[in-house]
Design a protein around this ligand. Structure first.
Ligand SMILES: Cc1cc2nc3c(=O)[nH]c(=O)nc-3n(C[C@H](O)[C@H](O)[C@H](O)COP(=O)(O)OP(=O)(O)OC[C@H]3O[C@@H](n4cnc5c(N)ncnc54)[C@H](O)[C@@H]3O)c2cc1C
Length: 398
């Protein structure tokens, strides 16, 4: 089949992870295409862009190396303290950046701010953006993969030595290749909303465990937080249908008055939560990264942090392979990449999954145990160091 354009690498999905990979490779000599389904106007209008992301220190370092952190930093908030508590119990623990000899344990940034900063860097680069465009078919051969695209009103046939699927939790690439996925529904929905608060956040992120699930208050400004409230699916329906006053009262009752009275700054949105893992990370001439490979519970704020490490490790390996004049799309290379990512991926999934199951339970022995654990943690410097290491994004790197 004749193709309209030949690429070295075709990245399908120009979200946070696909966009970051494109940026990491933008100064290479490779011909890179970035395929994104949403037009810029649709992306700007999407409420999903309002979600706040907790960024680990490791992530900030990678974003800095990609040249986007300077733009994001002025609109991001440092997390200098983390306060973990259990509703209705005494157990709590506090983590402080200064105990780790650091300025911040992490940062909080709104997803759209990050997307815009990535976009801005890509605009002046040699990356070819195909947008809005959707992948319709894919067929892999020994030396390249053939990809059929619908780009605006046109049908395009492209070839690439490597196709990177970064097209999110409902990955079309994964479906087209028939890669199975393991799905565990938590029966929970994350309600995300921004709130104004009565007291200064003092750079503190709050994680509060309630019987229905974890509740996080992430500082966005001195008196504004982004809330991620994880509740059972049936409770989410009720809460999302409540009027503003009723919802505010419910949220205040769940969180308490650590930050004074709360008022809503935008409309609450619900995100049903699942753990989705593709059964394999690679196929012939194809690799899955970010949410296309793993979609995890946002409780520990690790999804993007993990996906960015996928992109960063892949970019580094592709660059080395290119310098050596070797093929970066062949099966041995892809298997080595998958092997290199396995430990980090399994560790984050295990950590997050355990956190959800232990801290969402109102089964008395478990809630007693976590309360004791929080009290013990507060008195155990070594355990606290481990937890803050995890929050800063170092403990998860293999
Ligand atoms: C409520 C909530 C809170 C979260 N909080 C945190 C946090 O604090 N910290 C953290 O690290 N992570 C957090 N996450 C996770 C984080 O948002 C995701 O891990 C991250 O967005 C994944 O990025 P991605 O680029 O892999 O996928 P996506 O963000 O899903 O991007 C996929 C892109 O592919 C495009 N696309 C889809 N299909 C096609 C197609 N067929 N062709 C072309 N393009 C296509 C989409 O339009 C999109 O732009 C949170 C998630 C949620 C839901």
């Amino acid at each position: 089949m004749s193709t309209d354009t030949d690429y070295d690498i075709l990245i399908v999905g120009g979200g946070l992870v696909g966009g970051s990979l494109a940026l990491a490779l933008k100064d290479s000599s490779l011909r890179i295409g970035l395929v994104e389904a949403l037009s810029d106007a649709d992306r700007q209008a999407s409420p999903a862009g309002d979600r706040a992301l907790a960024l680990s220190r490791g992530t900030v370092q990678i974003l800095d190396s990609l040249g986007v952190w300077t733009d994001v930093a002025s609109q991001a908030m440092a997390i200098r303290h983390i306060h973990v508590s259990d509703r209705g119990h005494f157990g709590k623990t506090r983590l402080h950046a200064k105990d780790r000899g650091a300025d911040a344990l992490g940062h909080v940034a709104v997803a759209r701010v990050l997307e815009d900063a990535i976009q801005q860097q890509l605009d002046g680069s040699s990356i070819t953006r195909l947008c809005p465009a959707r992948i319709m078919g894919i067929r892999a051969g020994q030396d390249s993969a053939l990809v059929a695209l619908r780009h605006g009103d046109e049908n395009l046939n492209l070839s690439a030595r490597l196709v990177v699927a970064a097209d999110g939790g409902n990955s079309t690439v994964r479906t087209l290749l028939g890669i199975e996925q393991k799905v565990s529904a938590y029966g929970q929905t994350a309600i995300v909303v921004e709130v104004n608060i009565g007291k200064d956040t003092n750079f503190t992120a709050y994680e509060r465990f309630t019987s229905s699930g974890p509740l996080a208050f992430l500082p966005l400004e001195r008196r504004k937080c982004s809330v991620v409230w994880t509740v059972k699916d049936e409770d989410a329906q009720d809460l999302l249908h409540q009027g503003e006053q009723e919802f505010t009262t419910s949220l205040q009752a769940a969180f308490g008055y650590w930050l004074g009275p709360i008022s809503l700054a935008n409309r609450p949105q619900g995100f049903p939560l699942k753990l989705i893992q593709a059964e394999r990370m690679t196929d012939e001439r194809v690799v899955l990264i970010g949410n296309a490979m793993h979609q995890i519970h946002p409780v520990a704020g690790q999804g993007f942090n993990l996906g960015l490490r996928d992109a960063s490790v892949l970019a580094e390996r592709i660059q080395i392979q290119t310098r050596l004049g070797e093929d970066f799309g062949n099966t041995p290379f892809l298997h080595q990449y998958a092997e290199a990512r396995r430990t980090d991926l399994n560790r984050v999934i295990r950590f997050t999954d355990n956190l959800v199951r232990i801290f969402s339970s109102d089964f008395p022995p478990l809630s007693f145990a976590r309360n004791i654990a929080l009290m013990a943690l507060d008195r155990l410097p070594a355990a606290k160091r481990l937890l803050s290491r995890h929050a800063m994004g170092y403990g998860t790197q293999g």
